[in-house]
Structures are given as structure tokens and as C-alpha cells.
Write a protein that binds this ligand. Structure first.
Ligand code: PEP
Ligand code: MG
Length: 868
């Protein structure tokens, strides 16, 4: 098997084999961009090595040697040669980018002798020893597992001993001395010297990258992002270019557009005289890339040109790593940039406007779950004015959050398990902190820039983050953060505004974010592609307005019982329930009718002729009865009854299994006047609004809940039609209307073709249908579902994601039966799963005409439908 592929041979389509980084390095080499020469050891090599180490290593080393030789030829340098040594970087790169999860080694090939060659060749001894000590440190950490703090401590100690304040004060002799100290650390910790043979260094480094595929943080990251363990990582070996070669050199990371806001224009930062990981690791705070324009204008222009080229080539916003060596630009990596939801929407819209992608492509790119992130929370402006600022930093990831501060990932995790809202504060985060970051409401770091680990990971997760907050001194040991003369200790509450980069003391109330405009553009495009409709479950004017604004094509479920809970209304409802004769029943019913009419008029006016499915009363009546003694006494006196009489009636209404009892259409079988009143209210108000608003054609859809048989449906339908007809003849007016039913009882699904003879439309009520198919109480199953999931008896909660193999089959059967009777009958879904992207994909497959869900889930539902 061929384990190694030269950059000249690969292409961007080979991310499976070469990893994302390797595939893009090959692609950029093909595009003739300034990429240092190199080769990729494939993911297949990694997987084979993890299975059969010795055999694979033997073959691999032979191949590596051949490729190093060809690098020697093209660079005219020699690996391990004292006069002009070839130095390489070793970087991991799996198919999906896993920022900071795997490891990097730079300057490989240096040893006690080649360091002299490098010093001589560059006439810069200081530079050569700085490179060597970096190699020792990275190699020690990544390959030999030596705690990197061991090296840092020695450097800090050395500097303070010599009264140096920064690394730049370290001279050649200082670095040289430190190299000796670092080599001693190897002997002390692993009882072996640092390997001097470059090929041995290379093999050990490659093995370390392979092994790191299975380190704990890589596994955690994969689990979190649903990345398969069986992909393996590739290893990229590349000729070193040096950003730490004086002040005409540097290294940086830039996005072709702003990854936080989506604004146009290059966004990034760089560090002069710095190497590789310095920017990403956030150890020093870098300068914004715009300053490169002043410092090195030609390099800046070339970089702009390359960024544009890469963006057009990949048709997406790119995240580019570069190094400048003596004013010569090298590109070390490009990939599609991670971004906030806001940036994702904005960039997609821009790319369409710029003709780089089509609307269709734009829709495919947006993950429906991003919609929730788009409407990020912001602090209440009035409250914010009163709040006390603790410190300011870089606005790394937008949002607003309050929580208690913790200084270690472990502390944050524990506190969050106890139910606390936590905020992680660290000097800088590293991949080890991932478990603490995941549970945090916000992340704050005192060091690092907009592309630091904390910033990138937080943005990816949609978590609010302030980075590089240098005025805070974070003491992770004492567990306190100091800014000026204020000291905050572990567990104290702060509020973080990731949109402005400000940190406040105490908690601040927030309001949900507002990016309707972006959402509207994308959902409008998505609607053009959507093959099935999206309606809303809504009945209040506020919810209806929100639903329409978010793209609903109408109301798929207005639960009329929600209209009876106002103080006056529930009182009439209670009087109606207590009635023992026709007269005492009709009085409150007529009052209720007026309330209903008021609501329906508002609904029809807001909807302007859009679909409106109104469901008649569904819950068991006892849900409306008074609970407290005070309420009972009030009802008794208002209805001239005794408290005992009221209590007696409450007892009468009590049911052993109310969800299986006297509810839904069964209420109308015993007391048809209730549904007759509701239908009259619907039709009369529809007639009134039709007259007033002549440009909207209102066709009310009256939906009967809990139907289980054709007989039930037929009997009710006939009665309700009589009600409608009597209104038509009384008023001398008529409108079109429909009477349909929900499919929420298994028997209704099993006999759907029969019910179809007497129903104008159907809507699956998957909440009740799941309850009745599984026999899981929808109100009580929370007590045991997690135990089922833990024991792997159930993959998912069937009330959240449709149970495709059970409830789903029943639904499919019902759809087929209805279609066999009449292919044109509309079938919808209005249970909770109607708003769940995963379930929507299934519902679309079984052939429903629309789904109906709560207003805030509408945009993600439209996107999901358009994407399939
Ligand atoms: C359902 O059962 O899925 C439904 C939409 O009705 P409700 O939740 O009101 O019972
Ligand atoms: Mg129901």
C-alpha cells in the first residue's frame, strides 16, 4: 500500500485520505501558490499503524525516506546535513478540522550539529538556538509527554535570573544555555537524551501524531462533533519557513471575511518575529492584519490577492495561515473558516450577491441548528447602563451571558453538574479545557487574540466569549481574577458581553437577539426550494405575528383551549362545566362565544387569507376547574351554589386516566353544544372579516381532535354542518370552509381511508399518537426515558424525534390509506416532532403536505425541507 503522497500529486477532493489540511496543501500546490514543499502521510497509514505498528512503520519509513530525498532535491538542502540542513514541520490533519486537538512539531531536523549549520547559513546564531529550544520544547511535550510547563518554568526562571522582561532580550548565548537546560529535562524526566538523528526524530514525531488520534481530548472533540473514530489522521511533513527570522518575518492567521460578524474584508492578525503556533496558542497578543499593510505593503497586497483567489476557488470564506520569511509570503494552510451563525448567514448572502454561489448552494450550507444561534441574546440596554464594568477585552464570540466564575475546566464542569450557570475564566484555554468550555455559558481569557483557541472554539460552539482581556490578572492557582483593585473569587457572578467584549460584575437580565433580516433573506430563498409547507402552531396575536415574520405560510394548529385561560374566560368556562341544564349551559357558552369571536376576528385579520386550522376543544374539562379553596369559594358564590356542591362536581369530573378519558371529540359527543358554539364563532367571525377585508379569501379549517372512528367523525360532522348551514341561511351569506380531523389515535391511522370519506383534511398529532402507540404517558415519561436511553433500550426520546420504526410506520400506513381514497386530501403534522429537523426529513419522505410547529422553529424547518 502507498502510505505517502506528495503535495504535487493530491487534490482537494481527497480529504478522506489526506485529511483536510493535506488535501488543501496539495490543492494550493496545484494552484501554484507559494506553499513550502512537502508530502502527506495518509489517514490509511495512521489506521494501519494503530493496528499493526511494526510492519507499517517499516514500510512507511522507507517511503518517507524517498520523499525526504525528493524534498532535498527541490530545496537543495539536506536532512541532517550540518552545512545546510533541511528542517521540516510535522502537523496532523484529519478530514474534519479539529482545532488544537492534535499536535504540531516545528524545526524538526535540528540537533547539536545542524543548529550550528543553521546559525552559520543564516548568520544568526540567536535565531538558530531559539529554533532549537522550540523544537526541544514541542518534541518533549508532544512526543515524550513531558509537561510543557517544565520548559516554561525554566525559561521564566532564566529570564528573571537575568532580569529580562521579554523573550526578545534573550541573546544567542542565553538560548544556547537554555538548550542545555532543556536537554537535561529530557534526561531527568524520560531518562533518555533528546534524539539527535533527524530520521529518528521524524519517525517518533509521526508516531506521536498517529497516537494523538486516540488521546482523550481528540476523542471528546469527536464525540461532541459527531466525527467518526474510524477516520484516522494524516500527517503533513513540510519544509520549514521561518516567521521568527527577525522583524521582516512573521506569522499570522486571517479570515477572508469576518468570522464573528460576517462583515466583508480580510480579518486577521499576525505577530512579527514569531513562529507557527504563537498566534493560535494565544501566548502573545497579536496585531490586526491591517497593520501589515503599513509594515510590508507588497506582502499585504499579495496576501489579499491570494485570499481572493482562494475564496473564489473554494467558493467559501477561507481561514488562512501564513508565514512571512524575510518579506516572502508563504501559505501554510487554507480551510473553510469556522464562523458564528450570524457570519454564516451574512457570508452566504454576500457570496450569492457576488455571484460566487447560487441561492440553492447558499441554502445547502446553512445548518438548521444555526438559526437558534442567530438570534443571540443581548443584555437589556437599560440594565446595562446601570451595570459595573469589571474589564474589557476582545469581542471574540457574540452573545450575552451571566454566570459564576470558575478558573479550571474541572471546576466549571463540577459546578455545572450541580446545576450552576458557569463562566470559565483562564489565562488562555487549551484543548484540555474542552470539557469545561462545553458546559460554560461564556468563556473569558486574559491572553490571546481573535483567533486564539478560546475564540475559535467558542465561536464554533456558539458560546459567548471575550478573549485577550489583558487588564485582568488571572491567578488560576489562587482561583481569583484581579482587574485594577477589584478581586473576584471563584463562584462570584459576572456577566459577559461577547458582542462588545465587555465584562460586568453581577448578573444582568438579557433579551433575545435580533437578526430577523438575515433570516428573512435566507428563508425566502429556502421557501422557493421547499417542497412541503411550513405552518405554525399559534393562537395568540403575538405568536401569530412572530410566526408570519419568521416565514410561516399560515396556522396549522390553533389550540382553542389556550383561549379559555384568561381570568374572565375561565370563569365562564367553569360556569359552563357546572351547568346541569340547557339554560345554565347556554348562558356561559354564549359569553364564551363572544370571547372566541374576538380572538378569531384578530386571527383572520392578521392572517389575511392565509391557511388557518382551528382545533376545537381538546383537554379533559377538569383542567379548567378551580384548584384553590379561594377559587372554589368564589365560584360557589358567583353561581349561587355551596362549596360542597362545587367540590362534589369536581369529584364527579375526576378521572383515573384523563388523557384516555372524557376529552377531545368525546366532549362533543356528550355535550355537542360546546363544539357548536365554537364552530358558530369561527364561521360568524370569518364572515364578518371576509366582508370587511374583501381582498382576502378566508377558508377556515375546523379540526376535530381525538377522532378514532368514521362513525364519530360522521356524526360530529353532520351536526357541525347543520350549525354552519343555519348561520348561512340566517345571514344570507356563505363562505368555503373545511372540516377535518387529527390523526392521533392509532385506530384512526388504521382506518384512515374510512375516515377520509368524511374528513376534508388530516393533521397528525404525534404527541398523542406517540403516547398511544408506545403506551408512554407524555406527561410522565420523563421519569424513565433517560433510564431507557442509558441502558440503550431507546436511542432517542420519541416525543422529541419521531420513532420512525413504530409510530412512523403507522403514519406511513395512514398516509397511504388516505391517498388510496383521495390523492388530493391535505395531510399535515402538528405534534412537536413537526419542528425537529431530523423528524422533518422522515415526515417529508412519507409524503405529508406540510408540517406545523412553534414559531421560533419555523426558519430551521423551512431550511431543513429546502435542503433535502
Ligand atoms: C398532538 O397530540 O400531537 C397535538 C398536536 O395535540 P396536543 O399536543 O394539543 O394534544
Ligand atoms: Mg393531541
Amino acid at each position: 500500500m502507498k502510505y505517502v503522497i506528495d503535495f504535487l500529486e493530491g487534490s482537494k477532493e481527497q480529504a478522506d485520505l489526506l485529511g483536510g489540511k493535506g488535501a488543501n496543501l496539495a490543492e494550493m500546490t496545484k494552484l501554484k501558490l507559494p506553499v513550502p514543499t512537502g508530502f502527506t502521510i495518509t489517514t490509511e497509514a495512521c489506521l494501519a499503524y494503530l493496528k499493526e505498528k511494526e510492519q507499517v512503520l517499516k514500510e512507511l519509513n522507507e517511503e518517507i525516506q524517498v520523499h525526504i530525498h525528493s524534498m532535498e532535491k527541490s530545496t537543495a538542502k539536506k536532512f541532517g546535513n550540518v552545512a545546510d540542513p533541511l528542517l521540516v514541520s510535522v502537523r496532523s490533519g484529519s478530514k474534519f478540522s479539529m482545532p488544537g486537538m492534535m499536535d504540531t512539531i516545528l524545526n524538526l531536523g535540528l540537533n547539536d550539529e545542524t543548529v550550528l549549520g543553521l546559525a552559520k547559513k543564516t548568520s544568526d546564531e540567536r535565531f538558530a538556538y531559539d529554533c532549537y529550544r522550540r523544537l526541544l520544547q514541542m518534541f518533549g511535550d508532544v512526543v515524550c509527554g513531558i509537561d510543557k510547563n517544565r520548559f516554561e518554568e525554566q525559561l521564566d526562571f532564566y529570564k528573571s535570573k537575568n532580569n529580562y522582561h521579554s523573550d526578545t532580550e534573550m541573546q544567542a548565548a542565553d538560548w544556547q544555555e537554555l538548550v542545555t537546560v532543556y536537554k537535561d529535562i529530557f534526561l531527568e524526566v524520560i531518562h533518555q537524551p533528546f534524539p539527535q538523528d533527524p530520521y529518528e526524530q521524524l519517525t517518533l514525531a509521526v508516531e506521536a501524531v498517529f497516537r494523538s488520534w486516540n488521546n482523550r481530548r481528540a476523542i471528546t472533540y469527536r464525540r461532541l462533533h459527531d466525527i467518526s473514530d474510524s477516520l484516522g489522521t494524516a500527517v503533513n511533513i513540510q519544509e520549514m519557513v521561518f516567521g521568527n527570522f527577525g522583524t521582516d518575518s512573521g506569522t499570522g492567521v486571517a479570515f477572508t471575511r469576518n468570522p464573528a460578524t460576517g462583515d466583508k474584508g480580510i480579518f486577521g492578525e499576525f505577530l512579527l518575529n514569531a513562529q507557527g503556533e504563537d498566534v493560535v496558542a494565544g501566548v502573545r497578543t497579536p496585531q490586526p492584519i491591517s497593520q501589515l499593510e503599513t509594515l510590508m505593503p507588497e506582502v499585504y497586497q499579495e496576501f489579499l490577492k491570494i485570499s481572493h483567489l482562494l475564496e473564489c476557488h473554494y467558493k467559501d470564506m477561507q481561514d488562512i495561515e501564513f508565514t512571512i520569511e524575510n518579506r516572502k509570503l508563504y501559505i501554510l494552510q487554507t480551510r473553510n473558516g469556522k464562523r458564528t451563525a450570524k457570519s454564516a448567514f451574512k457570508v452566504c448572502i454576500q457570496l450569492v450577491e457576488e455571484g460566487i454561489i447560487s441561492k440553492k448552494e447558499a441554502i445547502q450550507r446553512i445548518n438548521p441548528t444555526m438559526v437558534t444561534q442567530l438570534l443571540h441574546p443581548v443584555f437589556e440596554p437599560d440594565e446595562l447602563e446601570k451595570a459595573t464594568i469589571f474589564a474589557k477585552g476582545l469581542p471574540a464570540s457574540p452573545g450575552a451571558a451571566s454566570g459564576n466564575i470558575y478558573f479550571t475546566a474541572e471546576g466549571a464542569k463540577k459546578a455545572s453538574e450541580q446545576g450552576e450557570k458557569v463562566i470559565l475564566i483562564r489565562q488562555e484555554t487549551s484543548p484540555e479545557d474542552i470539557e469545561g468550555m462545553v458546559v460554560s455559558e461564556a468563556i473569558v481569557t486574559s491572553r490571546g487574540g481573535m483567533t486564539s483557541h478560546a475564540a475559535v472554539v467558542a465561536r464554533g460552539m456558539g458560546v459567548c466569549c471575550v478573549a485577550g482581556c489583558e487588564e485582568i490578572y488571572v491567578d488560576e492557582f489562587l482561583e481569583q481574577a484581579t482587574a485594577g483593585n477589584v478581586i473576584l473569587r471563584q463562584g462570584e457572578m459576572i456577566s459577559v458581553d461577547g458582542t462588545t467584549g465587555t465584562i460586568y460584575r453581577g448578573s444582568i437580565p438579557y433579551v433575545e437577539g435580533d437578526e430577523w433580516q438575515l433570516l428573512e433573506t435566507i428563508t425566502d430563498w429556502a421557501k422557493e426550494e421547499a417542497s412541503i409547507g411550513v405552518k405554525a402552531n399559534a393562537e395568540t396575536p403575538a405568536d401569530i405575528k412572530t410566526a408570519l415574520k419568521l416565514g410561516a405560510e399560515g396556522i396549522g394548529l390553533a389550540r382553542t383551549e389556550h383561549m379559555f385561560f384568561g381570568e374572565k374566560r375561565i370563569f365562564e368556562m367553569r360556569k359552563m362545566i357546572l351547568a346541569e341544564n340547557e339554560e345554565s349551559l347556554m348562558k356561559p357558552l354564549n359569553n364564551l362565544k363572544e370571547f372566541q369571536k374576538e380572538d378569531f376576528r384578530t386571527m383572520f385579520t392578521l392572517l389575511k387569507g392565509k391557511a388557518c386550522t382551528i382545533r376545537l376543544l381538546d383537554p379533559p374539562l377538569h383542567e379548567f376547574l378551580p384548584q384553590t379553596e379561594e377559587e372554589i369559594a368564589h365560584l360557589a358564590s358567583a353561581t349561587q351554589r355551596t362549596i360542597e356542591e362545587i367540590n362534589h362536581r369536581i369529584e364527579e369530573l375526576h378521572e383515573q386516566n384523563p388523557m384516555l378519558g372524557h376529552r377531545g371529540c368525546r366532549l362533543a359527543v356528550t355535550t355537542p353544544q360546546i363544539y357548536e358554539m365554537q364552530v358558530a364563532a369561527i364561521i360568524e367571525s370569518a364572515l364578518e372579516i371576509s366582508q370587511k377585508e374583501t381582498d382576502s379569501v378566508i377558508v377556515p379549517e375546523i379540526m376535530i381532535p381525538l377522532i378514532g372512528s368514521q362513525a364519530e367523525m360522521k356524526w360530529l360532522r353532520e351536526r357541525l354542518e347543520q350549525t354552519v348551514q343555519s348561520i348561512f341561511s340566517k345571514t344570507g351569506q356563505a363562505i368555503a370552509y373545511k372540516i377535518g380531523t387529527m390523526l392521533e389515535i392509532p385506530r384512526a391511522c388504521l382506518t384512515a381511508e374510512k375516515i377520509a370519506e368524511v374528513a376534508d383534511f388530516f393533521s397528525f398529532g404525534t404527541n398523542d399518537l406517540t403516547q398511544l402507540t408506545y403506551g408512554f404517558s407524555r406527561d410522565d415519561s420523563g421519569k424513565f426515558i433517560s433510564a431507557y436511553q442509558e441502558k440503550k433500550l431507546l436511542k432517542e426520546d420519541p416525543f422529541q424525534h419521531i420513532d420512525e420504526d413504530g409510530v412512523g410506520i403507522l403514519m406511513k400506513m395512514a398516509v397511504d390509506k388516505i391517498r388510496s381514497y383521495d390523492a388530493t386530501i391535505k395531510i399535515g403534522v402538528c405534534g412537536e416532532v413537526g419542528g425537529d429537523p431530523q423528524s422533518i426529513r422522515f415526515l417529508k419522505k412519507i409524503g405529508v403536505d406540510y408540517i406545523s410547529c412553534s414559531p421560533y422553529r419555523i426558519p430551521s424547518a423551512i431550511l431543513t425541507i429546502a435542503q433535502e
